[in-house]
Unconditional design. Structure first.
Lengths: 115, 111
């Protein structure tokens, strides 16, 4: 069965420190991959996406993610975190299976930023 | 700006009293989705429309229904809300199976 795993429920970093949020997926072929950010009480905003091509993708707000097929991973990174990055981050996978398209979210990682 | 709009942002209803949530979009996307998100959880897909074709997730309760009268609008009807239906309801759109664009959500409270 298709699945998305975000191993870290909570992450705390200091402002200015680097950040890496992990995402692993389980699917037979290469799915479409997405990272979203959600601030409290708000909808989800797309940070970046991977469909094919260059495995290092750049997104908004200084985020990037790298697709590693061998590890079935799509980790999100930012070299220097700002206090405004504190939010919930969701990895999502879109894939075809059983004759239909499925869009599956990971359970999310809540980021706390220390001043 | 093109966007996904949800109304109302906050909805309070009574146990068992039908409620309708609204979603509209100016993106002219052909796919529209409804998600339920409970506190500190991932969004859970309830159903989606691909053009006029309705696709219900297998575990979506019968209590939840949806209507899409035209490309721009989609409604979520909860026929008899229970306390367990209190959640944030998110509408999203996409062009075919591309990235999804989300509205700000409707927070539903059931008294």
């Amino acid at each position: 069965a298709q699945s998305v795993t975000q191993p870290d429920i909570h992450i705390t970093v200091s402002e200015g420190a680097s950040l890496e949020l992990r995402c692993n997926y389980s699917y037979g072929a290469t799915p479409y991959l997405f990272w979203y950010v959600q601030s409290p009480g708000q909808g989800l905003q797309l940070l970046l996406k991977y469909f094919s091509g260059d495995t290092l993708v750049q997104g908004i707000k200084g985020f990037e993610a790298e697709f590693k097929r061998s590890q079935s991973s799509f980790n999100l990174r930012k070299p220097s975190v700002h206090w405004s990055d504190a939010a919930e981050y969701f990895c999502a996978v879109g894939a075809f299976g059983s004759g239909t398209y499925k869009y599956i979210f990971g359970t999310g990682t809540r980021l706390k930023v220390l001043a | 700006d093109a966007m996904v709009i949800q109304n109302p942002r906050y909805q309070v209803t009574q146990f068992g009293k039908p409620v309708t949530l609204s979603c509209s979009q100016t993106l002219n996307h052909n796919v529209m989705y409804w998600y339920q998100q409970k506190s500190s959880q991932a969004p859970k897909l309830l159903f989606h429309y691909y053009d006029k074709d309705f696709n219900n997730e297998a575990d979506t309760p019968d209590n939840f229904q949806s209507r899409r009268p035209n490309t721009s609008f989609c409604f979520l009807d909860i026929r008899s809300p229970g306390l367990g239906d209190a959640a944030m309801y998110l509408c999203a759109t996409s062009r075919d199976w591309g990235e999804q664009f989300f509205g700000p959500g409707t927070r539903l409270t059931v008294l």
